[in-house]
Design a protein around this ligand. Structure first.
Ligand code: C2O
Ligand code: CU
Ligand code: CU
Length: 468
């Protein structure tokens, strides 16, 4: 049982002062899943991908007869960049929002100078050219989203996010047809406008009444034969514990945040905290239909929240054809090297009636300060970080610009090693759990690390490491 927290009891009795939300029934559902809109390459040069990202306010008729104002890139809902390894990527960011913004390349190994750090916003009406070259041997499912100071959560829940796929020409799974499932959250008020965060949203991470996939509510996904699904959890606060019932489908996880696993792993469910991605290869076992469901994940929360329920998120229509067998081996992931630099961070919460959440979310006793470097290390050093979630809530850990390996988890004195090797940029930590992770950052500059429940990040559950 968890230690007693009087602060916790205080939160439990707090009223939810939320304005009424739009009835769920008004949202159309059951439409075939649409592909994500592809950002087309404007460059004719071999090996170069060039595009622009223009964040702006855009009205969309998502509820029949109503105009909902979103903030979107290029007036598209969740656009996607899809490029080969080794590509030189050039993006012009043209800010048409009424406030500053940045574009962060979540999971990609780009230098801090082009990674959309909060120090360096693209101001209203300005354009910024960013450029980076992807490694020659590299693949996986990444994404981009704004990262401005204190308003990341708001800019993301208003609609600013997109996918970023990198392909390896020798991908062992390239014969398998693909679908992209980009999960995002939508919370609409009575007027069908995007609702502000309530205090509970700030506390627990926002969870609207609509869980969308590719911007659609409860769509129909057609699964004809074996398919590879790339899955993003781009929700602010909702964890997704996706169920793949063995009575309906054969499911293998083949990749996580940083690309392919070493071998396919048979699964019947998949837990993704906000920010995490995975790839799953599915083969239907019969003709028919089943409901893709996010099973209740009883995460540690503060505040009085309804008991978690299973959430139906899509209908899957299955057709038996073209079973494709998976190779036994997908790739080799090198064993994590031995660390020479060690760093510890600890998550806690402290009551603060002035905070939007009623609490401060702290890392080593502090909230984020842009002018403070929390840790300095020489670029290229093998580092081991211990992240201790010393609180009764689930929090995640994400660090920019690199992938790490988890060496071990520790909970209630019990140490467990990961079951298989994988490259991660975001992991969840249960209440009172510790994780020890290993990574190397070769780039000089300032990297952010934070909880990826975006409300927590925006309230300052974030720190900075400087690689010298
Ligand atoms: Cu999705 Cu600071 O990250
Ligand atoms: Cu990131
Ligand atoms: Cu958190």
């Amino acid at each position: 049982s968890l230690p007693d927290h009087s602060q916790h009891d205080m939160m439990m009795s707090m009223p939810n002062n939320e304005a009424p939300l739009l009835e769920k029934e008004l949202m159309p559902k059951g439409q075939p899943l649409k592909p994500l809109p592809l950002l087309v390459n404007q460059s004719k040069q071999q090996g170069v991908f060039e595009t622009y990202l223009m964040p702006m306010s855009t009205k969309v008729e998502i509820i029949p007869g109503k105009q909902t104002t979103f903030w979107l890139y290029n007036q598209k809902i969740l656009p996607i960049i899809d490029v080969m390894a080794g590509t030189k990527v050039k993006v012009a960011i043209e800010n048409h929002l009424p406030e500053g913004t940045t574009v962060h390349w979540h999971g990609l190994p780009v230098t801090p100078q082009v990674d959309g750090n909060p120090h360096d916003p693209v101001k209203v009406g300005q354009t910024r050219q960013v450029e980076f070259t992807l490694p020659a041997h590299f693949e996986g499912t990444y994404w981009f989203h704004p990262h401005p100071h204190e308003t990341t959560a708001e800019q993301v829940y208003k609609g600013l996010a997109g996918g970023f796929i990198v392909r390896d020409p020798n991908d062992p799974l390239k014969a398998i047809p693909e679908q992209n499932l980009f999960f995002s959250d939508l919370k609409l008020n009575k007027e069908a406008q995007i609702a502000d965060n309530s205090m509970l949203d700030w506390m627990n991470g926002r969870e609207g009444q609509f869980q969308l996939i590719n911007g659609q509510y409860q769509p129909v996904i057609s699964l004809g034969g074996t398919q590879r699904w790339r899955i993003w959890n781009a929700n602010s606060g909702r964890y997704l514990n996706l169920s793949f019932p063995s009575s309906e489908v054969e499911a293998y996880q083949v990749a996580s945040d940083g690309g392919l696993l070493e071998q396919p792993v048979a699964i019947t469910s998949l837990l993704l905290s906000p920010g995490e991605r995975a790839e799953v290869v599915l083969t239907p076992k019969k003709q028919g239909e089943f409901t893709l469901t996010a099973l209740a994940y009883e995460r540690g929360k503060m505040g009085k929240v309804a008991k978690e329920k299973d959430l139906p998120i899509a209908q899957v229509k299955m057709q038996l054809k073209d079973k494709i067998n998976l190779p036994k081996r997908l790739r080799d992931i090198p064993t994590a090297p031995v660390a020479t630099a060690f760093h510890k961070i600890e998550y806690t919460e402290a009551a603060n009636p002035k905070s939007l959440a009623g609490v401060d979310f702290l890392i080593n006793g502090k909230t984020f300060d842009m002018n403070r470097i929390d840790y300095k290390v020489k670029a290229g050093t093998v580092q081991e970080w211990e992240i201790f979630n010393n609180s009764h809530m689930d929090h995640s850990f994400h660090i920019h610009g690199l992938q790490f390996q988890v060496k071990e988890y520790e909970l209630a004195g019990k140490v467990t090693k990961p079951l298989f090797k994988e490259l991660k940029d975001t992991i969840n930590l249960k209440p009172y759990e510790k994780a020890r992770i290993i990574f190397v950052d070769y780039d000089k500059g300032v990297r952010m690390y934070h909880c990826h429940i975006l409300e927590h990040e925006s309230l300052g559950m974030m720190g900075q490491v400087e690689n010298e």
